[in-house]
Design a protein around this ligand. Structure first.
Ligand SMILES: O=C(O)[C@H](O)COP(=O)(O)O
Length: 254
């Protein structure tokens, strides 16, 4: 049996303000830091100690991984970072309040942009892609392929090569593997593992900082479809909050 743990980063500054974030590099709030440490304690209590870690190149995921590993008592294990685990590029919606986008474009478009498989939000301005191309974190991503928006299908297409080339070999070698990433890169990964259909995808919401355990057979098929959250009740409540984003107001950061 192989064990994979999926973890969305803790609350970021723009999560607390209810803003679309995507590839914008927003740090954790103090609450997000506490959530990350709590995730580490949950891992330790469950005896789930990762051997390998993969994160995106975004600060909120990198810092969540660091804080989680410290609290789990595994601060020095190998961590690999790659842009392929980044959040979906949310195009021109990045930085905008979710409530305002819902009001401006209506429920149907808002839901399609957030939760359908194939709809991409309107693209960001071309100069945003030029800025990303200069960032050394995206070395290996050709300038002309720098995204200005992404659907979940686009996220899946850029994520799966990393899954197969970098994550699967560790799992096959029996290493307990932690992937710290984002709402939509993890939705793409869960959809792949659980073979979710495009019709099942809209109902999938990944809460912040809730470790999700997948035990996989030798073909990397989950023994339990959907995996198991280490704290199922808290995860269900937090996932319902994610689903309701757009109709909630921002949260004070403490
Ligand atoms: O980038 C963002 O805005 C969030 O991290 C994920 O947003 P979503 O859950 O609305 O897709």
């Amino acid at each position: 049996m192989r064990t994979l743990i999926l973890l969305r980063h803790g609350e970021s500054g723009w999560n607390s303000q209810n803003r679309f974030t995507g590839w914008i590099d927003v740090d954790l709030t103090p609450r997000g830091e506490r959530q990350a440490r709590h995730s580490g304690r949950l891992l330790r209590e469950a005896g789930l100690l990762p051997d390998l870690v993969h994160t995106s190149v975004l600060t909120r995921a990198i810092r969540t991984a660091t804080l989680t590993l410290e609290a789990a008592g595994r601060p020095r294990i190998p961590v690999t970072r790659n842009w392929r685990l980044n959040e979906r590029h949310y195009g021109a919606l990045q930085g905008r309040e979710k409530n305002a986008v819902l009001r401006e474009f209506g429920e149907e478009r808002f839901r399609r942009w957030r939760r359908s498989y194939d709809a991409a939000p309107p693209p960001a301005a071309p100069d945003t892609a030029r800025g990303l191309a200069c960032d050394p974190r995206h070395a290996g991503l050709p300038h002309e392929s720098m995204p200005r928006t992404e659907s979940l299908a686009d996220v899946t297409a850029r994520l799966l090569p990393y899954w197969h080339d970098a994550v699967v070999p560790g799992l096959r070698a029996g290493r307990t593997t932690l992937v710290v990433a984002h709402s939509n890169s993890l939705r793409a990964l869960v959809a792949h593992l659980d073979r979710l259909s495009p019709e099942e995808l809209p109902a999938l919401d990944i809460p912040t900082a809730m470790p999700l355990r997948y035990d996989l057979d030798e073909h990397l098929v989950p023994l339990v479809r959907g995996g198991r959250y280490l704290d199922p009740e808290a995860a269900a409540a937090a996932a319902a909050e994610v689903a309701a984003e757009g109709s909630r107001s921002s949260r004070p950061t403490r």
